[in-house]
Structures are given as structure tokens and as C-alpha cells.
Write a protein that binds this ligand. Structure first.
Ligand SMILES: [Zn+2]
Length: 448
């Protein structure tokens, strides 16, 4: 077996791991590198391997840093199967279309704002490139539903275990024979927490393996239990309600938004928070929520106990509104009284969240609640680090709203909401695997 890492090694983005096993070449994950514009273009254009040499691709889950390079793989000549769960396929389709739209808009913007003689910017891919990717998809089921091994190539088989990270997520186990010996590799993908809303807990992997590739973005800290996240949500919402203020939540459309909606539904029903108007203002979040509803068999048992047995949908409740049009979104600017607005993007790099922040951040009655990792150089990171002004739409708006972060997620937290923790230590993303040898992108192959 030979492993070569083309991303997500000593960094947290662009997951692509090439496995040469039993004469087959298997690509585990096919993620987009995400970072600053120049580096992003460069690293996504020159990836370091030939897509035509790959026999099969297996993807762990639908986050862009795990599927976002698939259109380039297919454009580069890959015509084999793409394996992953059916939920991952349905989510990946939405995520890739959204990424393609953003790239087209971005390239248009750049072309309009440069000298006429400069070379034109081209998007990495366009919405019309996505159907060719989805056509290659061969859905596989998790081992808890079907423990059979799935044949990827004449020499390599695979099994997927629920990773509990987002809907459809899977840890991937590969098996093949080399020199009369069975070789087994486990790739965890991103691993979820126990007790997370909606999702099943990560399944134990019951196959002895010689090689383990493991994500470790949060490997150096303990996640807070869901109960403490709930307690923090209650504190933030009650504080804002008492002030007559708004809570604005930059939330990732896939995963975090649905988890939050679930918790808010539960807290409202139990009377832990007042029944204030809650808006999900992200068309992508709404489409993703529909995919969740189509894959309810992937939900955990607790969801059944909390909602389904009462005939309720966990992601729908009376005071929750999914906002569709731009006009409806703008109408929220004049909304009076306490309210909560969940919008994308989660790191405040684009999207409707920016106008909600512009509109609310100047008042000390309001709170900005971050829910996930904030990468360096993003507006989200700046606000969390205590920026005094928000610079957006050519304005410099003084930051007077409280900014805080839901526990158990990010490396740094700046909190000025009374009763919440002030700071948590900085984290170091890193990659761990069997013998903890650090491997860099496109490094000379590592042989277990
Ligand atoms: Zn992920």
C-alpha cells in the first residue's frame, strides 16, 4: 500500500488522499482547497496528479473541502465511479452548484474591476459542470444498514461507517490483498461528536486495520457536551430578549444551521427560551434542509423521541421562518423587537449575513453569535478577535454589539456577553495517522 497526500495534511482544507492498494488507485475525498484568492486558484489548478490514472473515488461527506474538487477531476478526464452515501450525493450536488455560482460571480467581479488588457479570470468550474459529476455517483449504504463489502475495483473493497459529522457522512474502510496478505486502511474523514442533534453517533469501526488516517482539526481539545451548548444558547437568547435586541448568527448552511434549528425548536418547546421570531435567511440552507427531510432514516433515535413520535418535523416550528427572496431578506432590516437571524456564510466571507451584520452591529442591544471555525483573514475572525469596526459595503461601522462563540468549536473566542467564557486557547490543526509521521502535500509517498 502506498499513500500520497494532496491536501488536508498539516492544514485543514483540500482533503485528497491517494491510495495505491493491490494494483488499484483509489482517491479518498476530492476536496477544494480554500484560502486566499491567489493561493486558492493556484493550488486548485495544479493539483499534482493525473485524474485519468485513478480507478475509483470514495468521498466521506459533502463539505466543500471534501467534494469541491470533483468537477475538476471530471473535467480532467476522470470517468470512473464516485462512491459515497446517497445523502452525501444529494448534499454534494447543492454544495457544488453553490460553489460554482460563487466562482462565476467572483470571476465576473474580478473581470469588471481590472484593466482591459489584463487576462480574463475564469471560474474553476461552472454550474453546467455539476451534472456530469452527479451522473458518476454510485450510492453506497452505511454498514449499520448493510454490512456487506462493496467492490470498488477487481482488487479493492470498501465499507462505510457512519461518522456522525454531517448528514450522510462516513468513515471509509478499504480492503485489498497484497503479496498474499490482507491490507486494511481506515480513513475517518471528519468525525462527529457523540450526542449531536439529529445525527447518529459515530459508529465504532469493527475491522482490524493496519493503517489509520484520521482528521484532527479539533484533535487538541475536548468538545463541550451538547448540554453546555444549549445552556449557552439559552443565555445568549435570553440576554438579547431582555435587551429587546437581535441575535445574528453566521451559520454554515450545511450541518450547523440544521443543528441549531433543532436545538432552538427544542428549547422553545420546553419554554427555556421565549418564543421569539427566528429566521433562517439563506436559500442554500433551506434547500439543504429539504435534503435532510428526504433522508430521515439517517437521523438518530433521539430525534424520533424528541419530535417524530409527536408527529413533528424537527426542522419546522411555529415561530421559525425560512426566508426566500432578497426582498424578504431586506425586510428584516426594519424588523422591530427581539429576533434571531441565522444566515450564511458561517465565516462572514459572503452572502446575506453581511447586510444583517451591517444593520445590527452598531447597537449594544444586539449579539453576534458565531457557531464554527473562523479562518484567518475572514471578517468572522476579525469580529471574534475584537475588531472595533466592521468594514463592509465601503462603510466603517463601529462594533457595539456583543460578539461571542458557541462553545466547543473554534480556536479563539472573544466574548463580551455577561456570564460567558472570555477566552479559549488557540488550536493547532494537524494530521495524525498511524505512526504520526508528518506528511506534506504531494509529498513522496508514505508506505505503511
Ligand atoms: Zn466536514
Amino acid at each position: 500500500m502506498k499513500l500520497t497526500f494532496y491536501g488536508a495534511a498539516k492544514e485543514v482544507t483540500g482533503s485528497k488522499h491517494l491510495v495505491d492498494l493491490a494494483g488499484s488507485r483509489i482517491l479518498l475525498d476530492c476536496g477544494l482547497f480554500q484560502g486566499r484568492r491567489q493561493e486558492t486558484q493556484e493550488r486548485n489548478q495544479h493539483v499534482g496528479f493525473d485524474p485519468r490514472t485513478i480507478d475509483a473515488v470514495v468521498v466521506s461527506h459533502a463539505h466543500l473541502d471534501h467534494v469541491g474538487w470533483l468537477p475538476l477531476l471530471v473535467k480532467g478526464g476522470y470517468s470512473g465511479a464516485i462512491y459515497g452515501t446517497s445523502a452525501t450525493r444529494d448534499l454534494a450536488e447543492l454544495i457544488l452548484l453553490d460553489a460554482a455560482h460563487i466562482q462565476v460571480q467572483d470571476a465576473d467581479y474580478m473581470n469588471r474591476h481590472q484593466y482591459a488588457e489584463a487576462p480574463l479570470h475564469e471560474p474553476l468550474y461552472r454550474p453546467e459542470d455539476i451534472p456530469a459529476v452527479i451522473k458518476l455517483w454510485q450510492p453506497l449504504t452505511h454498514a449499520f444498514l448493510d454490512p456487506a463489502w462493496h467492490r470498488l475495483t477487481p482488487t479493492v473493497e470498501c465499507r462505510l461507517y457512519d461518522a456522525g459529522h454531517i448528514l450522510g457522512s462516513a468513515a471509509i474502510v478499504l480492503r485489498g490483498r497484497e503479496a498474499g496478505q490482507e491490507k486494511v486502511l481506515v480513513f475517518t474523514g471528519d468525525l462527529g461528536r457523540h450526542g449531536a442533534p439529529l445525527l447518529r453517533d459515530p459508529d465504532p469501526i469493527d475491522v482490524p486495520a493496519q493503517t489509520l488516517i484520521m482528521e484532527a482539526t479539533y484533535g487538541d481539545r475536548r468538545h463541550h457536551p451538547v448540554e453546555s451548548v444549549k445552556a449557552q444558547l439559552v443565555a445568549v437568547v435570553r440576554h438579547a430578549f431582555a435587551q429587546g435586541g437581535k441575535v445574528v448568527v453566521p451559520a454554515f448552511s450545511l450541518g450547523r444551521t440544521q443543528e441549531l434549528v433543532y436545538l432552538l425548536h427544542q428549547l422553545t418547546d420546553h419554554g427555556d427560551i421565549p418564543r421569539l421570531p427566528i429566521f433562517v435567511d439563506s436559500p442554500l440552507s433551506e434547500r439543504i434542509t429539504s435534503v435532510f427531510e428526504a433522508h430521515q432514516r439517517d437521523y438518530d433515535k433521539q430525534t424520533g423521541l424528541d419530535f417524530s413520535r409527536l408527529g413533528e418535523d424537527p426542522l419546522v416550528f411555529r415561530n421559525l421562518t425560512y426566508v426566500h427572496s432578497v426582498e424578504e431578506s431586506k425586510a428584516l432590516n426594519t424588523l422591530q423587537g427581539p429576533a434571531m437571524i441565522l444566515s450564511a456564510s458561517g465565516m462572514v466571507t459572503a452572502g446575506r449575513i453581511i447586510h444583517h451584520l451591517v444593520n445590527t452591529i452598531g447597537s449594544p442591544k444586539n449579539t453576534v453569535l458565531f457557531t464554527g471555525y473562523q479562518a484567518a483573514h475572514t471578517l468572522g475572525r476579525k469580529l471574534l478577535s475584537g475588531a472595533k469596526t466592521l468594514d463592509a459595503y465601503g462603510q466603517h461601522i463601529p462594533v457595539r454589539a456583543a460578539a461571542t462563540q458557541l462553545a466547543g468549536r473554534d480556536s479563539r473566542s472573544h466574548s463580551n456577553v455577561p456570564g460567558l467564557r472570555k477566552k479559549r486557547p488557540a488550536g493547532r490543526p494537524f494530521l495524525l495517522f498511524a505512526d504520526a509521521v508528518p506528511i506534506c502535500r504531494g509529498s513522496s509517498p508514505w508506505r505503511p
